[in-house]
Design a protein around this ligand. Structure first.
Ligand code: ADP
Ligand code: MG
Length: 260
């Protein structure tokens, strides 16, 4: 897919003392007996955009979901925005407020309008007055270019539009970090571009992003780093040009030969 050209991505912005947005150190996770994450080490600086790729079942979703504690890790440490993820529920809530997430299946509330989907969390979690929440929601619906859909229900929108609502909804919480888990892989090809364009514009505004995606055009265009996972491990991590032109490991080469 060709996506909007944007040669002017912001430099990574790192205020002193707070330069690390997410850090995983020696993270292991098991599902029962199954060792799904094996010694994951990853440091994401504020404003960095990381693309994560790898074969199905390699642990990409699990890793992303550990970062906002939708899944629990058993060993190692995960620090998000200066807060270590432990079993302290209050802290988990704090983190979830700062971390926006978009899934493959948009997970909108089907019985709520687009506007209500976007205002729900700001009203109930951020305690924002309804009117302000609606204003904010309209701002982000304009940003993702579907303000005219505000009064409709998710089922009345195309997949691409629903995914853009999901992004707008996440942005309404003013997240410091955005996690994407294959946001375009459930979409018809003609809708992929509009969602990628939305993600590119977020990148241009300096959002810290971790994106699981196989859209390698997007990776080349916006990623500071591309990470390749296989069998629960980070096998390779490099800046996009080097990653694509000179992959170091056989498994990375094989994967790239299959998807490019
Ligand atoms: P990916 O996103 O890279 O495709 P996942 O993180 O979804 O990989 O899954 C990694 C592995 O963990 C797969 O083998 C998957 O079957 C397994 N898995 C994922 N979720 C669960 C779960 N809730 N319980 C048990 N096994 C799981
Ligand atoms: Mg997955």
């Amino acid at each position: 897919h060709s996506i909007v050209p944007s040669d002017e991505l912001p430099a990574v912005h790192t205020p002193p003392g707070r330069e690390v947005a997410v850090e995983l150190v020696g993270v292991h996770k098991w599902y029962g007996e199954f060792h799904v994450l094996k010694d994951i080490n990853l440091k994401v600086k504020r404003g960095e955009r990381i693309v994560i790729c790898g074969p199905s079942g390699s642990g990409k979703s699990t890793m992303i979901r550990c970062i906002n504690r939708l899944e629990e890790h058993q060993q190692g440490s995960i620090v998000v925005d200066g807060v270590e993820l432990t079993n302290d529920l209050k802290r988990i809530d704090e983190i979830r407020r700062e971390v926006g997430m978009c899934f493959q299946h948009f997970n909108l509330f089907p019985h709520l309008t687009i506007l209500e989907n976007c205002t729900l969390a700001p009203i109930w979690v951020r305690k924002m007055p309804k009117k302000d929440a609606e204003e904010l929601a309209m701002h982000f619906l304009k940003k993702v270019k579907i303000p005219e859909q505000a009064g409709k229900f998710p089922g009345q929108l195309s997949g691409g539009q629903q995914q853009r609502v999901a992004i707008a909804r996440a942005l309404c919480m003013k997240p410091k970090i955005m996690l994407f888990d294959e946001p375009t892989s459930a979409l018809d090809p003609e809708m992929v571009k509009e969602v990628l364009e939305t993600m590119v514009s977020l990148a241009e505004e300096g959002m810290t992003m971790l994106c699981v995606t196989h859209e390698m055009g997007f990776a080349r265009q916006v990623a500071n780093r591309v990470i390749f996972m296989d069998a629960g491990q980070i096998i390779e991590s490099n800046e996009p040009n080097a990653f694509f032109s000179n992959p170091q490991h056989e498994r990375t080469k094989l994967f790239l030969s299959q998807i490019l």
